[in-house]
Design a protein around this ligand. Structure first.
Ligand code: ADP
Ligand code: MG
Length: 584
């Protein structure tokens, strides 16, 4: 078994012994509170830390669990333990209902999501206060029988909280290293790109939200019995979400153990400084400690210390295949690789249109691409080339027309499904996942692309693609450490890692030096030799001439010419489009 899993289980087992040590009850209730916050902060982090969708609604889901248990045990005489699954379920269902509406809207990200989730808390509080669920006076749970696990009632509640805390941390850990976790972290960095690379973003967010809310609901159910008097004012207030956010941010949201660490630190601080006579001074000290911790460790305590340890203990990675990173000499002439074109049509574009508030970016564009072909998509700036790639890759929905790939209409598919059909693309302005290493950026494409490789196989594939693009020496760097040429090649490596049958390249050569262009042209020739079909958007004519079998020229969203590059570039309407009317 995984060492960390064993570690979490051992920590749980050690803590389980505490009720039998005969310590003063204060310790037990203090550790209970730590566990309580560990569950809340860690569950919050599964959605909000991993995906970056900061929720301020965790109080709502926690409260939903609290009231579910209170109502079921008090009004329906359900045994406490039986009520717990319902507490989790009700919270998860409310979460799913919110997610179902909110996650469908592209605009609801960032602050808007945070505010919306906060609003859910107030709506729920209003419902609870104005219905028989509470009605105002609160719900007393003193009559509810506490199941007997430990030597006392409070120790039994402690043990239940411990079991749920261990389960929550385990879940957070397992998700962190899983395919789901990789997808969630990609959503965090760039949701649109994640979707285009094959991550089913809506489903992943729903799964994360469901788990996050369900676990918060469980924490609520347990806490209802702990406090034994449930009131809406105590439950649905801003303190719960603020505390979990603070704990997670302090500990580190990108690490599975960050929120748990934050929960320990903050609960301990609260007790150490605010108990006794000096409560006011204590609060100020707690605030000061938190502010300085966040100022000096903005990525969280865990990240800060792990990074320091890495810096001290880790040498630069083995420089793999350094030779490939050396660009070819500037003067080298690129030649056309001999290629016999198949007659089989791979992509059939029929009357595709796309408008942006009045600008007709694509106007009934029709052309086809043969299997194994490199088709140049040309046209002056603003002619609709990138829009075509955006529509074909599912980044934007088209307004009409069909894009048929082997009989499947890509225009009707969500972006992740387009990727699963074997379509990969690059972005004109590189959009790497900023917090992932270069290697992870590429392996993620292999993991979610048409082959859906497992983690090990996708890392192997990623190394190959990085060697192919000459980036192996940079594999463990973050994208911010790459220069433009390397970023462009990273885009290329990501596109290749999914082993696509169709690659859409959007100006991969712009901004490169002549030597780098030669290198890239060679690479694109090799990609085709491996069996891929390529749509190549480019302004560098020398590369267009060397690479393309045919070209299609767009102007104001309309196709104005198609055929061999040498012929098409002579046509008067193409010259006019490129140089303006006065040159015609
Ligand atoms: P190209 O890649 O050929 O330079 P684009 O496809 O990027 O051109 O743009 C075509 C037209 O569509 C331009 O007029 C551009 O301003 C417009 N356009 C492209 N993307 C958007 C967008 N997201 N919102 C509004 N207008 C856009
Ligand atoms: Mg463009």
């Amino acid at each position: 078994m995984d060492k960390k899993v064993i570690g979490i289980l051992i920590a749980g087992a050690l803590l389980a012994v505490i009720p039998w040590l005969g310590l003063p009850t204060f310790y037990e209730s203090f550790i209970y509170l730590v566990l309580h916050w560990i569950i809340l902060a860690t569950s919050w982090n599964i959605l909000s830390g991993y995906t970056g969708y900061f929720s301020f609604g965790h109080g709502a889901f926690f409260g939903a669990g609290m009231y579910t248990t209170a109502v079921l045990t008090v009004n329906f005489n359900m045994p406490f333990l039986w009520s717990l699954p319902f507490a989790g379920l009700v919270a998860a269902l409310i979460g799913l209902a919110v997610g179902f509406v909110v996650f469908r809207t592209r605009k609801v990200r960032g602050e808007l999501f945070a505010l919306l989730t906060l609003a859910v808390t107030f709506v729920l509080a209003t419902i609870v206060l104005n219905t028989p669920i509470d009605g105002g006076p609160g719900v007393y749970m003193t009559s509810v029988a506490v199941p007997k696990f430990g030597p006392s009632a409070s120790s039994s509640i402690y043990l239940i909280a411990l079991a749920v805390a261990v389960a929550t941390v385990l879940i957070a850990y397992l998700i962190h290293g899983s395919r789901l976790g990789t997808g969630l972290f990609a959503i965090h960095d760039d949701e649109d790109v994640a979707e285009v690379m094959g991550v089913p973003t809506f489903r992943y967010k729903m799964v994360a939200l469901c788990m996050s809310c369900g676990l918060a609901g469980l924490a609520g159910g347990i806490h209802a019995l702990f406090v034994s008097y449930v009131t809406a004012g105590e439950t649905f207030n801003i303190t719960v979400p603020l505390t979990v956010v603070l704990m997670s941010v302090l500990g580190g949201t990108r690490h599975w153990a960050g929120p748990a660490l934050g929960a320990v630190v903050i609960t301990a601080l609260q007790y150490a400084f605010t108990a006794g006579d000096s409560a006011v001074v204590g609060k100020a000290v707690t605030g000061a400690v938190l502010i300085s911790a966040i100022l000096f460790m903005p990525n969280g305590i865990l990240y800060y210390f792990l990074k320091r340890r890495k810096k001290a203990g880790l040498q630069a990675p083995v420089e793999k295949n350094e030779a490939a990173a050396v660009p070819l000499s500037d003067g080298e002439v690129i030649t056309r690789a001999p290629h016999v074109l198949s007659n089989e049509i791979l992509l059939d574009v029929r009357e595709v249109s796309k408008a942006f508030s009045g600008v007709q970016a694509l106007n009934k564009v029709s052309f086809n691409v043969r299997k194994g072909e490199i088709l140049g998509l040309l046209g002056p700036n603003g002619s609709g080339k990138s829009t075509f790639i955006n529509v074909a890759s599912g980044h934007f929905a088209s307004d009409g027309g069909e894009i048929l790939l082997g009989g499947i209409d890509l225009a009707r598919l969500p972006a992740h499904a387009v990727s699963h059909c074997g379509v990969a693309r690059t972005y004109q302005i590189p959009r790497p996942f900023a917090h992932m290493s270069v290697l992870d950026n590429v392996s993620m494409a292999a993991m979610f692309g048409s082959n859906s490789l497992d983690r090990k196989a996708s890392i192997r594939e990623a190394w190959e693609c990085l060697e192919f693009t000459g980036l192996a020496a940079k594999a463990l760097s973050l994208p911010e450490d790459l220069n433009l040429h390397q970023r462009k090649f990273l885009e290329l490596a990501r596109a290749l890692a999914s082993r696509p049958q169709l690659v859409l390249l959007d100006e991969v050569l712009s901004g490169l030096t002549p030597g780098e262009i030669n290198e890239a042209v060679r690479m694109i020739q090799k990609i085709r030799a491996q069996g891929a079909t390529i749509i190549f958007v480019e302004h560098v004519m020398r590369a267009v001439m060397a690479l393309t079998d045919r070209v299609v020229v767009l102007h104001h969203g309309q196709m104005i010419a198609s055929g061999l590059a040498t012929d098409v570039m002579q046509q008067p309407e193409v010259i006019t489009a490129y140089l303006g009317k006065q040159h015609a």
